[in-house]
Write a new protein. Structure first.
Length: 45
């Protein structure tokens, strides 16, 4: 029962924070794109 309650609480928190996570996700994608470009340069060398 405790696990179910914890899971429900986490889900509720995630739902409330979804807009923030979308922004964070966009920022992470930008960082990943930067990392990919750096990796590409490293591969060329």
């Amino acid at each position: 029962m405790q696990r179910l309650l914890v899971i429900l609480l986490i889900v509720l928190i995630l739902i409330l924070l979804i807009p923030r996570y979308e922004r964070i996700g966009e920022a992470i994608l930008r960082l990943l794109k930067l990392d990919d470009s750096k990796r590409g340069k490293d591969d060329e060398q």
